[in-house]
Design a protein around this ligand. Structure first.
Ligand code: FAD
Length: 424
């Protein structure tokens, strides 16, 4: 009589997007696998719920892998191989197969048609129920250790022991760590025995504070395109900008905060930015264009005629700063006033003092070093059978659905590898 193979167990640590996606896909790909998911809080998929302003920006439109990778300040090279396994089109297909229709907005962001993050939560909850996954709440893993054992076939394999806050222990054949971004080194302690290196976490995706600056009275003014530079870091970013009651926000600021996250943390969020409000021109080009603009508008008042389509409140602010009366005619501007205006238009300087978390979406940069993880399977290079997915790893994307896409991709890669290893 054929001997029954002992059932293998996968323990998934973390009940967020990546933990759920790994658990349900691994169970679906190998129905013989016993999958248990542990969540330290009493809430599942809490971030999915609040994501994208309650609408959950599931992914982003996709043309090819190289362009998609440009949206990851950290992890670009690593993800090159992962996106060959599971990309945004696969995400759309996966949800559609489970009855969730997605829609794409003009800027490429993709949301559920319902505009409700609950649709995504319901879909994931249905999937774990369908595949008989055991979910245990208020089960904080406090320690993870690994030992080599001899399997029945004679091959050495690892066995993992999870220890919980309440003292309980559990043995597992595979572990997927999907516990999200860690806020500090201390939170990494329970993972120390895995011997994985950890890149210290710093926040990404934040807005810039410029306390008490007179421009704050223009709160609510937005521009379609500006160029923001951080001269000290030689970093720059072009895109939309929003003036808020505390400083600057909008896609250009958030993107810049992500790409410069590590350096800005080093500067303790005290730095200078330079804004070119007309990024289609540099200072020389605008200087060359100015005589023509002046002649064409010579009889008009500068306050009434704004040739650059700058929002009128901002234009008035610029004129005030350049010491130009709105009632003066273009023909009567002095060269000193023109010079000052050009300098403001192409290179206004602002001192940033601190940051504000972007409530719509924020992530941690840093986490488990990618050098020690296989990009196509998310398996540890240190311990066979140990996997990672989601924000715990040193990967992060800009806003727009890139962080969830990475969560789905990494979870899928891990699930596929766990399912096939557990069938051997
Ligand atoms: C407000 C907000 C809005 C966002 N909106 C978007 C968006 O629209 N689109 C987008 O792409 N990205 C968005 N993001 C980013 C996105 O939510 C994250 O990248 C993603 O949720 C990461 O998933 P994860 O599964 O890796 O981690 P998490 O979602 O953080 O899940 C980790 C889970 O593990 C649990 N856990 C931690 N430690 C333990 C332990 N020791 N034992 C047991 N359980 C543990 C945690 O309690 C948590 O439930 C947003 C983030 C925020 C904060």
């Amino acid at each position: 009589m054929e001997k029954l193979k002992p059932q293998k167990t996968l323990a998934v640590i973390g009940g967020g997007a990546s933990g759920f996606f790994c658990a349900c896909n691994a169970a679906r790909m190998n129905p013989a696998l016993h999958v248990v998911l542990f969540e330290k809080s009493n809430k599942l998929l809490a971030k999915v719920k609040v994501s994208g302003g309650g609408r959950c920006n599931v992914t982003h439109s996709f043309t090819d892998i190289p362009s998609f990778l440009q949206n990851y300040p950290r992890g670009k090279n690593f993800l090159k191989r992962s996106f060959h396994v599971f990309n945004p089109e696969d995400t759309i297909h996966w949800f559609l197969q489970r009855g969730v229709e997605l829609k794409q907005e003009k800027d490429g962001r993709i949301f559920p048609k319902s505009n409700q993050s609950q649709t995504i939560i319901d879909c994931l909850l249905n999937e774990v129920a369908r595949h008989g996954i055991e979910i245990l709440l208020q089960k904080k893993v406090n320690q993870l250790s690994c030992k080599e054992v001899n399997s029945m076939s004679g091959f050495e394999r690892n066995q993992f022991i999870l220890e919980f806050e309440n003292g309980d222990k559990l043995k597992a054949d595979y572990v997927c760590i999907a516990c999200g971004g860690l806020a500090n080194e201390y939170q990494y302690n329970w993972l120390k025995e895995t011997k994985h290196s950890f890149i210290s976490p710093v926040p990404s995706l934040f807005t810039f504070n410029i306390p008490n600056h007179p421009i704050l009275k223009l709160m609510g003014v937005s521009l379609n395109n500006v160029m923001i530079k951080i001269p000290e870091l030689k970093e720059k970013m072009e895109g939309p900008l929003l003036i808020t009651h505390w400083g600057f926000s909008g896609p250009a600021v958030l993107k810049l905060s992500a790409f410069a996250a590590r350096e800005l943390a080093r500067l303790q969020y005290q730095f200078t930015i330079q804004i070119n409000w007309l990024p289609e021109y540099n200072e020389h080009e605008i200087r060359d264009a100015f005589p023509g603009i002046r002649i064409r508008n010579s009889r008009l008042m500068v306050g009434g005629k704004n040739p650059f389509n700058i929002p009128s409140r901002l234009w008035t602010y610029f004129l005030d700063n350049a010491g130009i009366l709105s009632s003066i005619r273009w023909a009567d501007l002095s060269s000193k006033q023109i010079n000052k205006l050009i300098q403001i238009l192409t290179g206004s300087l602002f001192k940033v003092h601190g940051k504000t978390t972007f409530k719509e979406e924020f992530v941690t940069s840093g986490g488990i070093s990618l050098q020690e993880i296989h990009a196509q399977t998310m398996e540890s290079k240190i311990h066979r059978g140990l996997y990672f997915c989601g924000e715990i790893m040193d990967v992060d994307g800009i806003t727009g659905g890139f962080n969830f896409q990475y969560a789905w991709t990494s979870a899928w890669c891990a699930a596929k590898s766990i399912a096939s290893a557990s069938m051997e």
